[in-house]
Design a protein around this ligand. Structure first.
Ligand code: SF4
Length: 195
Protein backbone atom coordinates (compact mmCIF):
# COMPACT_ATOMS: atom_id res chain seq x y z
CA UNK A 1 0.00 0.00 0.00
CA UNK A 2 1.48 3.36 -0.95
CA UNK A 3 1.76 5.98 1.73
CA UNK A 4 0.35 9.43 1.21
CA UNK A 5 -0.01 12.42 3.49
CA UNK A 6 -3.58 11.41 4.39
CA UNK A 7 -2.56 7.98 5.65
CA UNK A 8 0.07 9.70 7.86
CA UNK A 9 -2.57 12.15 9.09
CA UNK A 10 -5.01 9.33 9.80
CA UNK A 11 -2.38 7.46 11.85
CA UNK A 12 -1.71 10.67 13.83
CA UNK A 13 -5.44 11.09 14.44
CA UNK A 14 -5.46 7.58 15.89
CA UNK A 15 -2.62 8.58 18.22
CA UNK A 16 0.29 7.17 16.21
CA UNK A 17 2.42 10.20 15.35
CA UNK A 18 5.52 8.24 14.46
CA UNK A 19 4.93 7.81 10.69
CA UNK A 20 4.22 11.54 10.23
CA UNK A 21 7.21 12.56 12.35
CA UNK A 22 9.56 10.13 10.62
CA UNK A 23 8.44 11.29 7.17
CA UNK A 24 8.85 14.96 8.13
CA UNK A 25 12.47 14.27 9.16
CA UNK A 26 13.21 13.33 5.54
CA UNK A 27 12.83 17.03 4.68
CA UNK A 28 15.36 18.37 7.19
CA UNK A 29 16.99 21.71 7.80
CA UNK A 30 16.00 25.27 7.03
CA UNK A 31 15.51 24.73 3.33
CA UNK A 32 12.90 22.00 3.52
CA UNK A 33 10.39 24.09 1.53
CA UNK A 34 12.63 24.48 -1.53
CA UNK A 35 10.80 21.73 -3.42
CA UNK A 36 7.36 22.65 -2.07
CA UNK A 37 4.70 22.81 -4.76
CA UNK A 38 3.37 26.09 -3.36
CA UNK A 39 6.66 27.86 -4.04
CA UNK A 40 6.15 30.72 -6.53
CA UNK A 41 2.38 30.39 -6.24
CA UNK A 42 -0.01 33.09 -5.09
CA UNK A 43 0.02 32.50 -1.33
CA UNK A 44 -3.50 33.93 -1.01
CA UNK A 45 -5.03 30.81 -2.51
CA UNK A 46 -3.69 28.91 0.52
CA UNK A 47 -5.43 31.24 2.97
CA UNK A 48 -9.10 31.30 1.95
CA UNK A 49 -10.99 33.85 4.02
CA UNK A 50 -14.00 31.63 4.70
CA UNK A 51 -11.78 29.00 6.32
CA UNK A 52 -10.77 29.18 9.96
CA UNK A 53 -10.14 27.08 13.07
CA UNK A 54 -13.68 27.35 14.35
CA UNK A 55 -15.45 26.69 11.05
CA UNK A 56 -17.13 23.46 9.99
CA UNK A 57 -14.84 21.95 7.32
CA UNK A 58 -17.75 20.58 5.30
CA UNK A 59 -19.44 23.99 5.22
CA UNK A 60 -16.15 25.61 4.26
CA UNK A 61 -15.74 23.15 1.38
CA UNK A 62 -19.29 23.78 0.21
CA UNK A 63 -18.82 27.54 0.44
CA UNK A 64 -15.47 27.62 -1.31
CA UNK A 65 -16.20 24.93 -3.90
CA UNK A 66 -13.80 24.54 -6.79
CA UNK A 67 -11.61 27.42 -5.63
CA UNK A 68 -10.04 24.90 -3.26
CA UNK A 69 -9.02 22.58 -6.08
CA UNK A 70 -5.87 24.43 -6.99
CA UNK A 71 -4.27 24.68 -3.54
CA UNK A 72 -5.36 21.18 -2.55
CA UNK A 73 -4.06 19.69 -5.80
CA UNK A 74 -0.74 21.43 -5.24
CA UNK A 75 -0.55 19.98 -1.73
CA UNK A 76 -1.46 16.53 -3.06
CA UNK A 77 1.43 16.68 -5.54
CA UNK A 78 3.92 18.03 -2.99
CA UNK A 79 6.76 15.61 -2.13
CA UNK A 80 5.50 13.51 0.77
CA UNK A 81 8.33 14.47 3.13
CA UNK A 82 7.79 18.17 2.39
CA UNK A 83 4.04 17.91 2.97
CA UNK A 84 4.68 16.05 6.24
CA UNK A 85 7.21 18.67 7.38
CA UNK A 86 4.83 21.44 6.34
CA UNK A 87 2.09 19.97 8.49
CA UNK A 88 4.38 19.28 11.46
CA UNK A 89 5.77 22.83 11.35
CA UNK A 90 2.23 24.22 11.32
CA UNK A 91 1.41 22.12 14.40
CA UNK A 92 4.60 23.18 16.19
CA UNK A 93 3.83 26.85 15.45
CA UNK A 94 0.14 26.32 16.25
CA UNK A 95 -0.79 27.94 12.95
CA UNK A 96 -4.52 28.46 13.06
CA UNK A 97 -5.03 29.68 9.51
CA UNK A 98 -4.13 28.57 6.03
CA UNK A 99 -3.94 25.28 4.14
CA UNK A 100 -0.99 23.18 5.32
CA UNK A 101 -0.09 19.64 4.34
CA UNK A 102 -3.31 19.35 2.37
CA UNK A 103 -5.55 20.21 5.33
CA UNK A 104 -7.77 23.24 5.59
CA UNK A 105 -7.43 25.31 8.75
CA UNK A 106 -10.85 24.03 9.81
CA UNK A 107 -9.74 20.44 9.25
CA UNK A 108 -6.53 20.98 11.22
CA UNK A 109 -8.19 22.16 14.45
CA UNK A 110 -8.73 18.68 15.82
CA UNK A 111 -5.17 17.66 14.97
CA UNK A 112 -3.79 20.81 16.64
CA UNK A 113 -5.57 19.87 19.87
CA UNK A 114 -4.26 16.31 19.64
CA UNK A 115 -0.75 17.71 19.11
CA UNK A 116 -1.06 19.89 22.22
CA UNK A 117 -2.28 16.91 24.25
CA UNK A 118 0.68 14.94 22.98
CA UNK A 119 3.05 17.68 24.09
CA UNK A 120 1.44 17.83 27.51
CA UNK A 121 1.61 14.06 27.91
CA UNK A 122 5.30 14.00 26.99
CA UNK A 123 6.05 16.78 29.49
CA UNK A 124 3.99 15.05 32.19
CA UNK A 125 5.74 11.71 31.70
CA UNK A 126 9.10 13.47 31.88
CA UNK A 127 8.23 15.33 35.07
CA UNK A 128 6.92 12.15 36.73
CA UNK A 129 10.29 10.55 36.03
CA UNK A 130 12.07 13.52 37.60
CA UNK A 131 13.15 15.35 34.43
CA UNK A 132 13.26 19.06 35.02
CA UNK A 133 11.69 21.23 32.33
CA UNK A 134 9.46 24.25 32.18
CA UNK A 135 5.88 22.99 32.41
CA UNK A 136 2.74 24.67 31.20
CA UNK A 137 -0.04 25.04 33.79
CA UNK A 138 -2.11 22.16 32.30
CA UNK A 139 0.96 19.90 32.37
CA UNK A 140 1.80 20.90 35.94
CA UNK A 141 -1.78 20.32 37.08
CA UNK A 142 -1.76 16.90 35.43
CA UNK A 143 1.49 15.93 37.18
CA UNK A 144 -0.01 16.89 40.54
CA UNK A 145 -3.23 14.99 39.79
CA UNK A 146 -1.32 11.88 38.71
CA UNK A 147 0.92 12.02 41.77
CA UNK A 148 -2.02 12.54 44.11
CA UNK A 149 -3.78 9.42 42.83
CA UNK A 150 -0.97 7.00 42.07
CA UNK A 151 0.87 5.48 45.01
CA UNK A 152 3.48 3.87 42.77
CA UNK A 153 5.04 7.22 41.82
CA UNK A 154 8.33 8.26 43.37
CA UNK A 155 7.74 11.44 45.39
CA UNK A 156 11.38 12.52 45.19
CA UNK A 157 11.40 12.24 41.39
CA UNK A 158 8.07 14.04 40.99
CA UNK A 159 9.18 16.85 43.32
CA UNK A 160 12.34 17.21 41.21
CA UNK A 161 10.28 17.20 38.00
CA UNK A 162 8.02 19.95 39.34
CA UNK A 163 10.91 21.90 40.85
CA UNK A 164 9.34 21.93 44.33
CA UNK A 165 10.31 20.52 47.72
CA UNK A 166 9.02 17.15 48.86
CA UNK A 167 6.86 18.81 51.55
CA UNK A 168 5.37 21.25 49.10
CA UNK A 169 4.54 18.43 46.69
CA UNK A 170 2.63 16.64 49.45
CA UNK A 171 0.76 19.85 50.18
CA UNK A 172 -0.19 20.20 46.49
CA UNK A 173 -1.35 16.58 46.44
CA UNK A 174 -3.51 17.12 49.55
CA UNK A 175 -5.01 20.24 48.00
CA UNK A 176 -5.80 18.34 44.80
CA UNK A 177 -7.46 15.46 46.66
CA UNK A 178 -9.52 17.90 48.72
CA UNK A 179 -10.74 19.66 45.56
CA UNK A 180 -11.71 16.33 44.01
CA UNK A 181 -13.51 15.12 47.15
CA UNK A 182 -15.65 18.27 46.94
CA UNK A 183 -16.75 17.20 43.46
CA UNK A 184 -17.87 13.77 44.58
CA UNK A 185 -15.00 12.12 42.71
CA UNK A 186 -13.51 9.10 44.49
CA UNK A 187 -10.57 10.39 46.48
CA UNK A 188 -7.61 8.05 46.44
CA UNK A 189 -5.39 8.90 49.35
CA UNK A 190 -2.22 7.14 48.49
CA UNK A 191 0.60 9.53 49.28
CA UNK A 192 2.13 9.46 52.75
CA UNK A 193 2.01 12.85 54.44
CA UNK A 194 5.25 12.41 56.34
CA UNK A 195 8.58 12.72 54.61
S1 SF4 B 1 1.87 20.65 1.56
FE1 SF4 B 1 2.62 22.57 2.42
S2 SF4 B 1 4.54 22.94 1.34
FE2 SF4 B 1 3.37 21.46 0.12
S3 SF4 B 1 2.16 22.65 -1.34
FE3 SF4 B 1 0.86 22.32 0.46
S4 SF4 B 1 1.17 24.14 1.73
FE4 SF4 B 1 2.88 24.05 0.25
Amino acid sequence: MSTDIFSLIEAARQGNWLPLMEESKKAPGKHWAESARCGNQDINIFVPLADGPREDPELVKTKLGISLNRPLNLCASCPLAVAARCLVESLKDDDEYGIRGGLLASERSELRLAWQDRDIEKAVEGALRGCTATLTKPARDTVIARFATDSSLDAAAVARGLGVTHDYLLKLARRYRKSQAGRGTPSVHVVPDAA
